[in-house]
Ligand binder design. Structure first.
Ligand code: 5AD
Ligand code: SF4
Length: 442
């Protein structure tokens, strides 16, 4: 038998791309490929790209240019572009970069093995359709299942119907679609059999999940979580990313009553100014968002909040920006991701008059300074508390293990006799620059 071909995948962007890359690797496993961690000896290179912010496409072109030498050495090397840049600019990529053999959009990944076969016949393959079939069902590898690490992502919902004025997701990932609950439960059980202890449910608008349930009814995300909660061997459940307007009462209630659902919630608000929220088409006010968080904290008082912010959105004044700073003071995020607004072709806000770059930069720095302050304070306040830690791997020092707390902080534990996948109670003794340290509580 000939050696298996080697596949190198480089993943950009969000956790859903990480999940998609894993599924593509498994599907290509069925087509005789094994994954390699270097492009140098690969027979196929796939870039799984992200289009959410500026310069993504340019990055892809410069990365592709670097593969020219590899293709010169190995004319059989196939180069593919997947992900959201592929969806948005597929034909342009094919035109501009003759090195590319294959372009596949996020909704067509299940067709990748057939597309690869076509490239082996010397053809080019492009597929950026939005087919209706369940790509994850088709992507499932039928072969032996490799053991997995303790944490995994699981996509339950894709696409978005919200059309925030800055965002490309509704165009690149398409309309909202939820996978049937039974398939998700099957996949979760299989992950647990393979060693997974913590599952993060993924969706661009995950809390809008409404998949067909095995009982014929539409299941909400809360219903799905309650069912996952019953899987023996699964210890933790998380989900991301949520829109405030889809934070239903049953999901808030699940945060208070579902033991495996972790006390961490990523709930982007983008801005604290009602004027800007309206122009962003977010369909809620800052006050409504703050009241929502109060209700969530009433259900689960220790929940750690995380958020996303955009500064320098068109028409954002100093007063608007100050409203965002005020909101941050009120909510106190344990984690937050902040970005300068960048124009995305085809989105409504791209047509509007843009703010000067230096204004955006200044606001971003000021915002990040306050966010870091709160993040630090919340992390430091963990010292003295006893928290659950799921160990993921050995640390750099002998006998040390590293894992994540219930609140998603990295935690180092010395003299630790536990294995990856073990969940233990740890008393936090120290707060370092990016992680906590603690000791096992017997
Ligand atoms: N410019 C800057 N940030 C953006 N995001 C989405 N689109 C843009 C854009 N055009 C940010 C939002 C979103 C996160 C995933 O990326 O904060 O929540
Ligand atoms: Fe984009 Fe999220 Fe708004 Fe949907 S809800 S358009 S994914 S920012």
């Amino acid at each position: 038998m000939s050696d298996p071909r080697k596949l190198f995948i480089k993943t950009y962007g969000c956790q859903m791309n990480v999940y998609d890359s894993e599924r593509m690797a498994e599907a290509m496993g069925g087509a005789g490929y094994v994954e390699t961690d270097s492009p140098d000896d690969a027979d196929m290179i796939l870039l799984n790209t992200c289009h959410i912010r500026e310069k993504a496409a340019e990055k892809v072109y410069s990365e592709l240019g670097r593969f020219r030498a590899l293709k010169d050495q190995n004319p059989d090397l196939k180069i593919g572009v997947a992900g959201c840049v592929a969806q948005a600019e597929g034909e342009e990529i094919m035109r501009r970069q003759p090195l590319v053999d294959l372009v596949v959009g996020p909704q067509s990944y299940h067709r990748l093995p057939q597309m690869e076969a076509r490239t082996r016949n010397g053809e080019k393959a492009l597929d950026t359709d939005f087919p209706l079939d369940d790509k994850f069902e088709t992507l499932k590898s039928r072969g032996p299942k490799a053991r997995r690490g303790p944490t995994a992502f699981l996509t339950v919902q894709e696409g978005c119907d919200k059309f925030c004025a800055f965002c490309v997701v509704p165009y690149t990932r398409g309309a909202e679609a939820s996978r049937p609950a039974a398939r998700i439960l099957d996949e979760a059980r299989e992950l647990v059999d393979r060693g997974v202890r913590e599952i993060t449910l993924l969706g661009q608008n995950v809390n809008a999940y409404h998949g067909a349930g095995p009982d014929g009814a539409d299941w909400s995300l809360a219903r799905l979580i309650r069912e996952l909660d019953r899987i023996d061997g699964l210890l933790r459940i998380r989900f991301t990313t949520s829109h405030p307007n889809d934070m239903s009462d049953d999901l808030i209630d699940a945060h208070g009553t579902c033991d495996k659902l972790m006390p961490y919630l990523h709930l982007p608000v983008q801005s604290g100014s009602d004027r800007i929220l309206k122009r962003m088409n977010r369909k809620h006010t800052a006050e409504e968002y703050i009241r929502l968080i109060e209700r969530i904290r009433a259900a689960r008082p220790d929940i750690l909040m995380s958020g996303d912010f955009i500064v320098g959105f068109p028409e954002e004044t100093d007063a608007d920006f100050q409203a965002t700073m005020d909101l941050i003071e009120e909510v106190k995020y344990g984690y937050a991701y902040s970005f300068k607004y960048s124009t995305r072709p085809g989105t409504p806000a791209a047509e509007r008059e843009q703010l000067p770059e230096d204004v955006k930069t200044d606001r971003l720095h000021r915002l990040q300074e306050r966010i870091t302050h709160h993040q630090r304070a919340i992390q430091d306040a963990m010292v003295g508390r006893t928290v659950g830690v799921l160990f993921e791997k050995t640390g750099r020092l002998p006998g040390q293990m590293v894992g994540k707390s219930d609140y998603l902080h990295a935690v180092h534990v010395a003299d630790c006799d536990r294995q990856p996948g073990d969940l233990a109670q740890v008393e936090i003794t120290e707060s370092g620059s990016n992680s906590l340290a603690g000791r096992l509580v017997s």
